[in-house]
Design a protein around this ligand. Structure first.
Ligand code: APR
Length: 284
């Protein structure tokens, strides 16, 4: 696997592995880039198809939903249709394996994500890892009432989908998600995705856990994020201010001058190599 890395990246991976095995408290923040190799477009990738003339930032707002709930709900049904069959990639799997390893060697690893997909949870299930994933921006597969906030367990988009086999013997039916608006069984208002929209506050518990982990970690690893959206983007700074070393994993590194080690490679390529080297250091 190391063969796939450039020599420059391989050197940095060795530095990162040496650092990580010597520390007790590690905090990881992932962004859309970690799901890119699973086939999920990153947040700032140009939108496609029907949505190519819309910017995600213009749809993911309470104002957009109030103005045109059908448009926003249809966009999220389209996103669900886009991601429903996507699988965790080697980066998700390596992280889940690492969480298991940390439990064995008594290291504290906190995994925080800005993503709303469930690929970290899927990887944890595949690796039989029980560790929590802290979601700062919510969950694509959950819904709640846009007025009374009540969780909407009823007719979720997955059960609404209509299975259409494109051809008689299609080995994989295509799913179309029903974009009819759903109404709260409690107050009758429209149902919205349980996702944090621009201008909304992050879930209090999730944010407090993330801040605590970032403020007390010894190494903070940012994986697949442009570090543009606050407050999540401020976690690395908080870690740095408290003496942590900063590692960034991104094929297109950000201009973040607080980064100590940059692994300028796709997460799905470099994460398995990094975790392998951590194992080798731990069990020589
Ligand atoms: N491996 C690692 N990083 C990658 C990969 C990959 N295979 N492919 C792309 N990237 C990097 C890109 O270089 C970019 O820096 O992932 C980053 C994705 O950045 P964004 O699309 O801005 O996504 P993200 O940083 O997660 O956005 C943060 O902004 O709009 C809000 O709520 C939304 O959670 C999102 C938040």
């Amino acid at each position: 696997m190391v063969a796939e890395l450039s020599s420059a990246v391989a050197v940095e991976v060795a530095r990162a592995a040496t650092l990580l095995v010597s520390k007790q408290r590690i905090c990881i923040l992932t962004g859309a880039g970690i799901s890119a190799e699973s086939g999920i477009p990153t947040f700032r990738d140009k939108q496609t198809g029907l949505w190519e003339n819309y910017r995600a930032e213009d749809l993911a707002t309470p104002e957009a939903f109030a103005r045109d709930p059908k448009l926003v709900w249809s966009w999220y049904q389209w996103r669900r249709q886009l991601v429903h069959d996507k699988q965790p990639n080697p980066a998700h799997r390596a992280l889940a394996q690492w969480q298991q390893h940390c439990a064995r060697v008594n290291q504290q690893l906190t995994l925080i994500t800005q993503n709303v997909d469930d690929l970290h949870e899927q990887a944890n299930r595949l690796e039989q890892t029980i560790d929590k994933v802290i979601h700062l921006h919510g969950h694509l597969w959950r819904n709640r009432c846009s007025h009374c906030d009540k969780a909407y367990e009823g007719n979720t988009p997955m059960s609404n989908r209509e299975v259409e086999s494109v051809e008689k013997n299609a080995d994989k039916p295509s799913y179309r998600f029903d974009d009819s608006l759903l109404q709260c069984t409690h107050c009758g208002s429209y149902i919205r995705p349980d996702i944090v929209w621009f201008g909304e506050s992050l879930p209090v518990d999730a944010w407090q856990t993330a801040e605590e982990a970032a403020a007390h970690c010894e190494v903070f690893i940012s994986i697949g994020t442009s570090s543009l959206v606050y407050p999540a983007a401020g976690l690395a700074q908080l870690a740095k201010q408290n003496g942590a070393k900063i590692i960034e994993i991104n094929p297109d590194p950000t201009a973040n001058d607080i980064v100590d080690i940059t692994l300028a490679e796709k997460a799905g390529i470099v994460m398995p190599v990094l975790i392998e080297q951590i194992y080798q250091h731990s069990f020589p």
